[in-house]
Design a protein around this ligand. Structure first.
Ligand code: DHB
Length: 310
């Protein structure tokens, strides 16, 4: 079985979409809900809806993707309404709602709205959008992350996790883990895209996306080793109550296996979902099942976090 548990909720499959991909509106969320994925997460909702950055703003490359979407979304109220309808349709299923504010006050307002709604799922607070011109990735400002988490947990007591940017320095893992361990987080999600890469078309001698002179978040095969490093570094440093969602570079069941071996309890698929569509979950599930069968594993717990060090 590829079933899992997160925040004491059960999921029939450990795989789901990554926020931002195939989750903008009710029709896209319905396609994920009807797929082999265990659940979905919405596009990050902001207090007020946003058109996002000018197009082209997403580009698929041979090894992955580059994007500078700029948080296009229908606003938190839309996602609360849509998820409430899914909850009514499938009372046993737990859904994820992603949200992001542009200040601590906005984060608190978002959480208050969620608390006052019918939402009974898991909140994913996005601390890592790299694509809003002039706004740094919050996850790289450790003091602000600490302040946001203090404010958020003063406001909200339901299950909540944070989506983090990739870190690249072992001391940064140490420092961020000290902060995260102070709070009753249900989980962390590593990684968001590697921010502000530059993909260019050498034939045209031109960038491939329009916003920010072509700079954008990198996803896909390029990022898997960075994603696995972040999953495993946090697995070794976080208190066991904080679970991990592994995101980054999943194109096969083998990649899912590797994320779980590094400590992930659940995984999210972004670039490959954009490329293949929701039927990707059926393929990945079969591929993971085959690997587990060949190794004699019957549950994810048989190998989760059990990566060996020489
Ligand atoms: C966007 C990109 C991200 O990586 C993210 O975490 C949130 C939003 C975007 O550009 O829309």
């Amino acid at each position: 079985s590829t079933a899992t548990k997160l925040a004491n909720r059960s999921f029939s499959n450990c795989m789901m979409n990554a926020a931002g991909v195939w989750c903008m509106d009710e029709a896209e969320l319905t396609a994920i809900d009807d797929s082999a994925a265990g659940t979905f997460v919405t596009k990050s909702g902001t207090l007020v809806s946003r058109p996002g950055n000018p197009e082209p703003r997403y580009y698929e490359t041979a090894l992955g993707s580059i994007n500078s979407m700029g948080l296009p979304n229908h606003g938190i109220d839309y996602y609360l309404d849509v998820v409430a309808a899914f909850q009514k349709k499938n009372p046993g299923k737990t859904y994820f709602l992603s949200c992001t504010g542009f200040s601590i006050e906005q984060d608190q307002t978002l959480l208050r709205k969620i608390k006052d709604s019918e939402f009974n799922g898991i909140v994913e607070l996005n601390l890592s959008c790299p694509n809003v011109p002039g706004k740094p990735q919050i996850g790289y400002d450790f003091e602000t992350v600490d302040q946001i988490l203090a404010a958020v947990f003063a406001e909200y007591d339901g299950p909540l996790g944070v989506k983090l940017p990739p870190y690249f320095d072992l001391v940064h893992f140490d420092q961020m883990a000290v902060i995260l361990n102070k709070y009753p987080l249900a989980y962390i999600n590593s990684i968001n895209s590697i921010g502000n890469g530059l993909y260019i078309d050498d034939e045209k001698e031109e960038v491939v996306i329009k916003p920010k002179n072509g700079f954008g978040g990198i996803g896909g095969e390029y990022v898997k080793p960075t994603a696995l490093a972040n999953v495993h570094a946090f697995y070794q440093r976080l208190k066991p109550e904080i679970q991990i969602i592994g995101t980054g570079g999943i194109t096969s069941g083998r990649d899912v296996f590797e994320h779980i071996l590094c400590g992930a309890s659940m995984v999210q698929v972004g670039t490959e979902l954009a490329k293949e569509g929701p039927q990707v979950f059926e393929r990945l599930t079969k591929e993971l099942q085959d690997i587990m069968a060949a190794k004699g594993y019957t549950t994810l717990a048989d190998f989760r976090g059990k990566l060996r060090h020489q």
